[in-house]
Write a protein that binds this ligand. Structure first.
Ligand code: NAD
Length: 547
């Protein structure tokens, strides 16, 4: 028994390594890439701490080199989903009765393992299976994962230390209990860090979890799961279930013990899960917590006072890093009439100079889009654009516009110019390397702000590029409901845990801000206890006495 009032250790953001030529991290990473490429992975489900091979497998694909898969993973079906829920519930009592500091220690240990000995493995697996460049993999799979695991325990401590006032002879306490049941975490392909955070944030708060990773990021996600186990996570606290989302969700969401959904992915899938939860409401023991971060149609707004170089870099990095497959990626660009066409010409020329190819060649700035479905969804939009020299066709191609899926799912970074500000590529999330620009009348800035605010159903991220302070103030005010994360003179991507709590509104999600105390609050059920040290001994009140 330990009566100390403990504090979590300091939690700094993990420094980003450069992987510059000659650096030790580059040598280690290259060796790890070769080691992973030499293997034939056979990745099981992990249920109650046991590896389960169903024999129903799918290939682990390298999107930027289709010559040979990295191996296969075993898909969970209905039976495994049911067994995983049971395994989670079996692990529940012991896990939730552990002190919060013991749970924090498991994840701090996992952070140390990822920052240290497993850094090359987690970065290399994210590069190979998700086609991230070394820098993108480093900031995601190493730094952001470590930040979530290191900094969330601080938020947990801060949350648990919030206690109500008490009177002289009473003691009021709030107990922070995990949810009654299990949490179902469904994660997207595009960030290893989200795959890490969605199951671990509820688990840290004492919950048990069934985790459904995306089929296109199984390799790095499996490394995460093995690291959690090595860090001391007890069997069954998190259960790793790759497979069909519809099948696994049907089982998980039909259990009375379903207590929470922690989802990140597309808006349509989130909506369908929410509908299933609503349909099953009468069978649940409690009202489930439903947390979902979903799609985006993120903007960059150039004020007439914008610094052109700042704007250029924000557009290039914001739209094309990780092939535009960040939920926060810039996909619509508003250019004032006075800056166009010179700015768009320069941007187009820079885009044409971008090097693209397998991310194992470190000179490439971009890799491939995640899979054939994504390639097939994006390409038709590009086909509808006409050449820049055409008279008028609604959508002009200013750069890129081509794709090739013979060796990998490659789509050239593309700049489109929409004549109609509500053209479909200005409104819809394409989730690829496609930036649609619109030139607005700089004589009517208020109309331009209204356009940015109302064009798409989403509200995730946006950037304002302006030198004039008055313009910054006006834009931030006019666009305050247009995004959950706004940036000034920066790209709209790259939120850092503990610095820019991340999440959006409208069709972009429930805005429960990953990487902040606001997210952890969703995974606890507060219980108030009042203790009276001097209870009354008669039931009457003085006002009832005779005059
Ligand atoms: P997705 O919606 O296709 O898949 C997300 C997860 O849901 C995967 O695990 C997938 O297997 C599962 N799934 C798919 N269909 C399902 C179904 N019918 N029932 C249950 N589960 C199902 O998304 P994705 O392609 O992995 O990721 C890209 C999307 O995620 C984009 O829309 C992007 O904007 C969004 N995203 C949002 C954020 C954010 O913080 N707002 C962050 C990252 C990604």
């Amino acid at each position: 028994m330990n009566d100390a009032i403990l504090r979590t250790p300091p939690a700094e953001n993990e420094p980003v390594l450069s992987y510059a030529p000659g650096s030790p991290e580059r040598t280690l990473l290259k060796a790890e890439i070769d080691r992973l490429l030499a293997q034939d992975f056979d990745i099981p489900c992990i249920i109650g701490g046991r590896e389960v091979r169903t024999g129903v497998t799918s290939p682990i694909v390298r999107p930027d080199d289709l010559s040979r898969p990295l191996g296969r993973f075993h898909r969970a079906g209905e039976a495994e989903a049911g067994i995983a829920v049971d395994a989670a519930l079996k692990a529940k009592a012991e896990w939730e009765d552990m002190g919060w500091e013991e749970r924090a220690a498991v994840f701090r240990r996992a952070a140390a393992l990822i920052a240290g000995k497993y850094r090359p493995a987690i970065v290399a697996s994210t590069m190979l299976n998700q086609s991230k460049t070394v820098h993108q993999a480093e900031i995601d799979a190493a730094c952001e994962v470590v930040d979530f695991l290191r900094i969330n325990p601080r938020f947990m401590e801060s949350l648990y230390s919030q206690q109500p006032q008490s009177g002289r002879d009473e003691w009021n306490r709030v107990q922070y209990r995990p949810l009654e049941g299990f949490v179902y975490a469904v994660t997207p392909f595009n960030f290893t860090s989200i795959a890490a955070n969605l199951p671990t944030a509820p688990a840290m708060m004492g919950n048990v979890v069934v985790w459904k990773p995306a089929s296109t990021s199984v390799l790095s996600n499996w490394f995460l799961m093995k690291i959690f186990e090595e860090a001391g996570l007890p069997p069954g606290v998190i259960n790793f279930l790759p497979g069909n989302g519809g099948t696994i969700s049907k089982v998980a969401l039909a259990r009375p013990e379903f207590a929470g959904l922690h989802f990140t992915g597309s808006t349509n899938v989130f909506n369908s899960l929410w509908r299933q939860v609503a349909d099953n409401l009468s069978i649940y023991r409690s009202y489930p917590r439903v947390v979902g971060e979903t799609g985006g149609k993120d903007f960059i707004f150039l004020d007439p006072s914008a610094d052109r170089e700042v704007a250029l870099v924000a557009a290039l990095r914001g739209a094309f890093e990780y092939q535009g497959q960040k939920c926060s990626a810039a996909s619509r660009l508003y250019v004032p009439s006075g800056l166009a066409p010179e700015f768009l010409d320069n941007l187009g020329a820079e885009i044409e100079s971008i090097k693209m190819g397998p991310t194992t060649d470190f000179r490439n700035f971009m890799g491939a889009v995640i899979d054939e479905t994504s390639f097939g969804t994006i390409m038709p939009y590009l086909g509808r654009a006409c050449s820049a020299s055409s008279a008028s066709c609604g959508l002009k191609l200013l750069a890129g516009g081509t794709g090739d899926k013979s060796a990998g799912y490659f789509i050239r970074p593309t700049l489109l110019l929409a004549e109609d500000p509500r053209y479909e590529t200005m409104e819809k999330e394409l989730f690829g390397p496609v930036l649609s620009a619109y030139v607005y009348d700089e004589g009517d800035l208020e109309a331009a702000y209204r356009l940015v605010d109302t064009t798409s159903p989403y509200g995730l991220t946006g950037a304002v590029i302006a030198n004039d302070r008055g313009a910054v103030v006006r834009a931030l005010h006019a666009l305050r409901h247009a995004a959950g994360n706004l940036y000034v003179n920066d790209k709209p991507t790259g939120a850092v845990v503990g610095r820019q709590p991340f999440g959006g509104m409208r069709a972009s999600g429930t805005n429960d801000k990953a990487g902040s105390i606001l997210n952890l609050i969703r995974w606890t059920s507060a219980g108030a206890v009042k203790e009276n040290f001097d209870p009354p001994r008669s039931w009457g009140y003085p006002f009832m006495d005779e005059e």
